[in-house]
Design a protein around this ligand. Structure first.
Ligand SMILES: [Zn+2]
Length: 351
């Protein structure tokens, strides 16, 4: 029914029920309405004792869900159920009184995740319980750390022993100019905590090495490789194999970047060493300091790494396991290569 007719009925004592989900009520509820989301209403209505002659007006965000639910309730034996056309949008457009929503901080923060059936409350809880190790607070680590913090990954450990240099700021967007000279992990952790005070951030001003890698990898459920050298990648790969943790790999140079998930150990999926069996020499493996890198490129690749990490934590979608996704910024193309296990790789033999 149109909003003015709904108002007339409300004045005469009709009941107004806001059937939106809790996270949709951030901008408030119609004054005088009762919040009861669809499923709750259906299960509770028999006990509510609504008199047959008391109109029951349902309101959602735009009037579609309320229309369907009103039809369902009429079938279930409440002929007086009706939908407010245009929902809360129409209510606000008409300038009608709104009671401010009092969403708890968590529901408000993750409202857009909670609206996704693939995430929802259960998924958000998984994110909040998850433990991610981020190696490197540089170009790849910056966007990955920010997005994982924003997404509510509850326990993030970031390890890096470097300090912020002004030449980093062209791409390492977690740091800022006043932080030049600071330890990168401190600069990054401060930014992550300001972005999301509800998560635990551990900042390790250390270098990943043989002495600490196993313990760190074992304490986390996956590792994001934001390093920039073969030694560290081999170190992460081997520890991930020993501890059976997925490694979310990313690399960038000049205008091209690539990303993959290595979840080896089953004798089928490849590991990082299957792809790069031996360390390239200095000439074959130019680094960004010498060869340069487009500043936005690690932003794209690090964000893809964060995406893969979130998918793995939630167990949704198709992870980039046995797949290498390559992004060419100049060509504006993504291409995918199927990765196969090297049968001669002694590191990732199934056990
Ligand atoms: Zn291998």
């Amino acid at each position: 029914m149109p909003i003015d007719e709904a108002l007339r009925l409300l004045e005469q004592g009709a009941m107004l029920i806001d059937i939106r989900q809790p996270w949709e009520r951030g901008e408030g509820c119609p004054a005088g309405s009762q919040p009861l989301c669809s499923e709750e209403l259906v299960s509770r209505i028999p006990a509510m004792g609504v008199p047959d002659d008391r109109p029951l007006l349902l309101l959602c965000a735009a009037g579609i869900r309320s229309r369907d639910l009103a039809a369902r309730l009429r079938e279930l034996g409440w002929p007086q159920a009706a939908s407010v056309r245009g929902g809360f949008q129409a209510w606000r457009t008409a300038g009608l009184p709104v009671e401010t929503g009092e969403l708890d901080a968590e529901t408000a923060r993750y409202a857009r995740h909670l609206a996704l059936p693939e995430v929802g409350e259960a998924g958000q809880k998984r994110l909040s319980d998850s433990r991610v190790l981020l190696v490197g607070a540089g170009g790849l680590g910056s966007p990955a750390a920010l997005y994982l913090a924003a997404a509510g990954v509850g326990n993030l450990c970031i390890i890096d022993d470097d300090r912020v240099d002004r030449s980093n700021l062209q791409r390492q967007i977690i740091h800022s100019d006043p932080g030049v000279g600071e330890l990168k992990v401190n600069s990054a952790a401060e930014r992550m905590r300001r972005l999301n005070p509800q998560i635990n951030v551990q900042a390790l001003a250390d270098r990943l090495d043989k002495g600490n890698v196993d313990e760190l990898v074992a304490a986390h459920q996956l590792v994001i490789d934001g390093s920039d050298n073969f030694d560290t990648r081999y170190l992460i790969n081997d520890a991930c194999l020993r501890r059976r943790r997925p490694m979310v790999y990313g690399a960038v140079l000049r205008f091209v970047g690539q990303v993959a998930v290595f979840a080896a150990g089953d004798g089928q999926a490849p590991c990082y060493r299957c792809l790069f069996p031996r360390q390239a020499s200095g000439e074959d493996a130019p680094n960004c300091a010498e060869a340069g890198v487009l500043g936005v490129l690690p932003g794209v690749i690090g964000t893809l790494q964060a995406t893969e990490a979130i998918k793995l934590i939630l167990g949704i979608g198709r992870p980039l396991i046995s797949r290498l996704l390559r992004f060419d910024a100049l060509a504006g193309t993504f291409s995918e290569t199927r990765l196969v296990r090297d049968p001669d790789c002694r590191w990732c033999r199934g056990s």
